[in-house]
Design a protein around this ligand. Sequence first.
Ligand code: SF4
Length: 122
Amino acid sequence: MKTMTCIICPRGCSLTVEKEGAEYKVTGQMCKRGKEFAVNELTNPTRSVTTTVRTVFTEFPRLPVKTDGEVPLGKIFDVMKELDCILVKDTVKSGDVIVENISNTGINIVATISMSLMMGVS
Ligand code: SF4
């Protein structure tokens, strides 16, 4: 038996998971997403990544970015290492892809803010 907290929504249900043969029995969830979360946590845990990358702009030295999906938990170190090497040289807008297929996960890194708005340029 394993216990965990569902992090899909702020309700934070306390889940209990038991393996029954090839199936998982999950209790404690207030909606069906809880079971999906618990089974994924045990079989293929994934996370979204939110961070910043460097830019060449002194007035805007770090650009907030995020993954456009979830990456396997075991790949997060590789993702962060790859992002450490990124230097944004153009003004970008929210949603622009900064890195395609980060660490061969099939997930892109996208900007979460429009630099021109923050820097007061058009
Ligand atoms: S089980 Fe449903 S209600 Fe509970 S935290 Fe997860 S998503 Fe939210």
